[in-house]
Design a protein around this ligand. Sequence first.
Ligand SMILES: Cc1cc2nc3c(=O)[nH]c(=O)nc-3n(C[C@H](O)[C@H](O)[C@H](O)COP(=O)(O)OP(=O)(O)OC[C@H]3O[C@@H](n4cnc5c(N)ncnc54)[C@H](O)[C@@H]3O)c2cc1C
Length: 223
Amino acid sequence: MGSPTFPRTDATTLRRAPDRGSYDRAEAYAILDEAIVAHVGIAVDGQPIDIPMHFGRDEDRLYLHGGVASRLVRHLDGGARVCVTVTLLDGLVFARSARMHSANYRSVVVLGVATRLTDPAAVDRALACVVDHMAPGRSAEARGPNDADRRTTTVLEVPIETASMKRRVGGPVAEPDEAPAWTGELPLRVTAGAPVPTPDASSAGLPGSLSPWCRPGLAAGPS
Ligand SMILES: Cc1cc2nc3c(=O)[nH]c(=O)nc-3n(C[C@H](O)[C@H](O)[C@H](O)COP(=O)(O)OP(=O)(O)OC[C@H]3O[C@@H](n4cnc5c(N)ncnc54)[C@H](O)[C@@H]3O)c2cc1C
């Protein structure tokens, strides 16, 4: 594991509400481990593009995967810089004035350069990491990658070296305004619905990874 805090660079220095931010590696990893979707940002011919993707984290590395024909993965394989962002939306904040409405959140921004994995064992480990991020233990239940999977899939590793996290908690900031509007916070959480099997799903019933689906920060739901 790298140093407990990320080095502060010009690109990651928080300028607005810096008291809500941190460069603490453990705090950032807790958020990355809870988030299900990452927005992967690249610049193509001067046009910024953010693409939602699954990901996994193993210690100080993020893993992304995509089809070999994917514009995003081909671009990153060429050594382009990348920005990976995850956001956990914890609530909506209702203030007296329309302008001061806000959100409670925890988010992480990772900046870096991706490297394509070529060693088959490393590719298999990274793909397992991505699928286990969705449902811990799932990689042991699903068929592992075969030669065709490895030929048609590009797996990228992004080192987590330059990163920042930011969070907002609590209700609206106090305003002198005396408007009679309701003020407060509406908490939001991810919950799981009941799993829907395919007609040919194994008759052995729900696998361990789904009974119950248990990820960091998940609210209790139907199982
Ligand atoms: C929750 C989630 C997880 C995903 N996980 C993965 C993953 O792990 N690996 C993976 O390869 N793909 C994943 N996808 C699909 C991914 O978002 C892209 O659609 C796909 O990777 C194609 O990327 P590309 O760069 O080749 O897109 P292209 O088809 O080359 O993109 C061309 C344009 O299409 C539009 N576009 C592309 N994707 C989207 C989108 N998702 N929504 C709206 N507009 C879009 C954009 O304008 C983009 O500039 C995921 C999508 C979601 C929503």
